[in-house]
Design a protein around this ligand. Sequence first.
Ligand code: PLP
Length: 454
Amino acid sequence: MGERVKYELGEDRIPRVWYNIAADLPPPPPVLHPGTGKPIGPDDLAPLFPMALIAQEVSTEREIEIPDPVREIYRMWRPTPLYRARRLEQALGTPARIFYKYEGVSPAGSHKPNTAVAQAFYNKQEGVKKLTTETGAGQWGSSLAFAGGLFGLEVKVYMVRVSYNQKPYRRALMETYGATCVASPSNETNSGRAILAQDPNSPGSLGIAISEAVEVAAQSGDTKYSLGSVLNHVLLHQTVIGQEAIEQMEAADAYPDVVIGCAGGGSNFGGIAFPFLGKKLREKRDVRVIAVEPAACPSLTRGRYAFDFGDTGHLTPLVKMHTLGSTFIPPGFHAGGLRYHGMSALVSHCKELGLIEARAYHQNPCFEAGVLFARNEGIVPAPESNHAVKAAVDEAVKAREEGKATTILFNLSGHGHFDMQAYIDYLGGKLVDQDYDAKALEASLAQLPKVAAE
Ligand SMILES: *Cc1c(COP(=O)(O)O)cnc(C)c1O
């Protein structure tokens, strides 16, 4: 029997720099001020983010040094292991080699602390006392709670109300790390009160929770806002994943033909894929790259590439990205981390340049793949990560049908230990594969802001 094989790196192999793919791409469209329609400058973002992160957001330097205190904290769980899934390969009867990078070994159980720690560090360095943020399923909120706690920052999390009610354990984790967590929409902000006036029972959404967190940060001198995905500096911090994977694949004497990641706002996908895309762009090392999204919230495969707001309350700048429209509310499904209307501008840019592919799956086939994975590899994936598992399984089956020894690498972005209700529902045959409402999508896209630059 082939057991899974582990490729570990010593702590001295934690990357010393983050890789900035912007250095190797033609410039993406500018970010626009929602009032003037003109490109924004650093000062426009200063109320929300520390200058160091704003500089990273617009940087075109290829390598950005990781500060020592951040690397020190990374040592708590990095380098993360790379595994070869021998049992899964055998279960599928495929000649393909399947490798996965496992980010679930972090304190919060996903890739998100890679950026939470960096963001907390730069905020602390610039004298910030308090961070506000949003969270859907609770993975980002617990990551920032953990990181903020390490640097002595107060953390306030606006948690989408349905999740707040359904996921008390994630909330307890945030509070254990020392953060405060309120259900969003809340009556603490104008954005929250406006939604509650329309619908006192609003289940909330990520777009609404972002509006609340941004509003509070913009109004207070010692408070800044922190976002767990989508932005360039977030994807930058996540590139430790792909850089380590390149070295571990070398140790396995392999290089991937296909690199796969699930994509909500695009951060773990960018994290694993960008260092490989960098090699493709600079060294012509060919590789196929696949972003996988939920069929119920398909921004890359069904959205429009257009300027849009990042939040429902329209407080953020306008970013050109694949979007379903900021008023789009996806139907309920279990991968809460993939329920966002937009996609990272850098990932969208790569899609437009033809550097990456995208595909969408319904949740039942993803859970089927996740259960097969758990039974062979022992790790229960997060519902979001199951989308990547499903794509890897499909690629391995295709390799079997074509008789090809394809080398597949995917990112296992997190474990599913806080998401067992989703598995209870799946195993009980209660998961429904809902399509998004095509009419609602049309209506949402019709409301996209009109931008002269297009
Ligand atoms: C948040 C999350 C995602 C989705 O976010 P990205 O920014 O697209 O990576 C995926 N997997 C897990 C485990 C998450 O916590």
